[in-house]
Design a protein around this ligand. Sequence first.
Ligand code: NAP
Length: 271
Amino acid sequence: MTETPLPPLLLIGCGKMGGAMLAGWLERGLTEAVVVEPNPAAVAAFAGRVTVVPDPAGIPAGFRPAAVVLAIKPQEAAATLPAFARLAGPETVFLSIMAGRNVAGMRAALGGQAAVIRAMPNTPAAVRQGFTVAFPGPGVTTAQQDLADRLLSAIGEVAWVAEEGLIDPVTAVSGGGPAYVFLLAEVMEAAAVEQGLPPDLARRMARATVAGSGALLAASLEDSAQLRKNVTSPKGTTERALAVLMAPDALPALMSKAIQAATDRSRELAG
Ligand SMILES: NC(=O)c1ccc[n+]([C@@H]2O[C@H](COP(=O)([O-])OP(=O)(O)OC[C@H]3O[C@@H](n4cnc5c(N)ncnc54)[C@H](OP(=O)(O)O)[C@@H]3O)[C@@H](O)[C@H]2O)c1
């Protein structure tokens, strides 16, 4: 079955996340897009496939995007959004992936009436294995939500929440989550070196173990606790390690504190 082509899109900011999304959309039949991006190096990979302009003044007159995707840094929002207020109307949805910028603030900057969806993706988007959680603001139509779902599905899985406040713990868990997993690879590598393994072997083992376990988790129907038990023979070596990692003050408590700290920080940054 051929997918319906994507409608015209306007992408604001084509850095790591914006670039990953644009690559995903082009794979899915994007035919018309304008990208506002001041840094030529950021858009070099897309030369000839989309129209690139350095600022909003360069957007071709008469260009009517079905979606405006906001992928700039949160601190750029206040200065940048008002230039796009003229596009707010029933035919255009604004889809933001900016951390911490809430729907009310974005609507105010866009003139008060814009249909705004707030989404939080994560960096595995770069290999189309991201996870995005999105919240539809007031006035977003079902068709606009469906379009946002298609756009976000181009970089991985998508889930929706009906309460904007849940985006704070989402930011803490899946937004920052890749960093915690990369930390796991780092500390496993360091611990392997401590045990006398050569550094290059330690690095390969840690990377392959984290990546392979992620692939197994993705491919398996069993939940993560069962996959853990499958590796843990009674009275064996893994059981001994897990007794350390799962002690009352160890990894479960630390992860809980870490997620709480990140959730609190997300609430502090909100606006
Ligand atoms: N990275 C993550 O893990 C992650 C996860 C979830 C959500 N996010 C959100 O995604 C957004 C983008 O993050 P990122 O990591 O992709 O950042 P990034 O790589 O710095 O990308 C932002 C891009 O926007 C450009 N830009 C700056 N001002 C602009 C303007 N006024 N108009 C148009 N483009 C402009 C920047 O150009 P210059 O380089 O010249 O400034 C840069 O190329 C952020 O809001 C972040 O909160 C990121």
